[in-house]
Design a protein around this ligand. Sequence first.
Ligand code: G3H
Ligand code: 13P
Ligand code: ZN
Length: 309
Amino acid sequence: MALVTTTNMFKKAYEGGYAIGAFNVNNMEIIQGITEAAQELNSPVILQVSKGARAYANATYLQKLVEAAVIETGLDMALHLDHGDTFETCKSCIDGGFTSVMIDASHHSFEENIKITKQVVEYAHDRGVVVEAELGQLAGVEDEVNVSDDNASYTRPEEVEEFVGKTGVDSLAIAIGTSHGAFKFTGEPKLRFDILEAITQILPGFPIVLHGASSVIPEYVDMINKFGGDMPGAQGVPEEMLRQAAKSAVCKINIDSDIRLAVTGTIRKYFHDNPSHFDPRQYLKPARTAVKEMVAHKIKNVLGSDGKA
Ligand code: G3H
Ligand code: 13P
Ligand code: ZN
């Protein structure tokens, strides 16, 4: 058991027609919920830390909590930087012991994206760390960057071969219609599987990553709305579409919003039912259980990664 790169995980996932869940972590309870589910189902798992999570929790705390989860569960896990925005952020994570980093220079020009990504790849590979990059832009909010639906641009299949060839990147996040957050579609959900298929033809065997892949589980949105919240119109990627993606070249499926909804819905209900309680352990415990149940559901019914650790 150790922190490992995603290389073998992705190879097995690609060949086996399933995907690995990459779950965003921000505190101990979230890490415990995710990794206990992975342990019980003997599933590979990626824990990812965003720039926002590093600012909130301090990267050292999160890293040590993830190392504790490896010891407790006996599972191999990848520790990944989500949406690294600069070479310096990636370097700091690589130097600190992350096994995988994402450099997200997708908002730069194609040439600049290649240049920054290549720099990160060279530094990472010299140290045994793998790199994910992004081509195309998702709509939605990530940290301070807010991309409107109008500005979201699908990945252009004709660019992927040059990008992967020139950068040496290990996996590629693509934009096919998913977006970050809890409000992904205003009308009928639609993903461009034709773009994914075209990319797969050009890069056979190459691992593809899907960001913005929460299904915005209605049970938790309903719970939030029922117990004092207000999230009308929240909508995610239908699970059937995610199952389809998991069977394809998509080897990594990113999930954050579903964790947030599970935690928040559960805590809202807890305080409705127990208005006089004030011990954080009392409401964080059911929140942790909700994360565990939600992740177990994803592993079994969406990702298909159970039994594959
Ligand atoms: O892609 C974005 C993730 O949901 C992380 O969000 O930067 O607010 O932690 P965050
Ligand atoms: P969601 O907002 O759909 O959970 O996406 C998370 C993500 O892509 C993290 O990088
Ligand atoms: Zn993302």
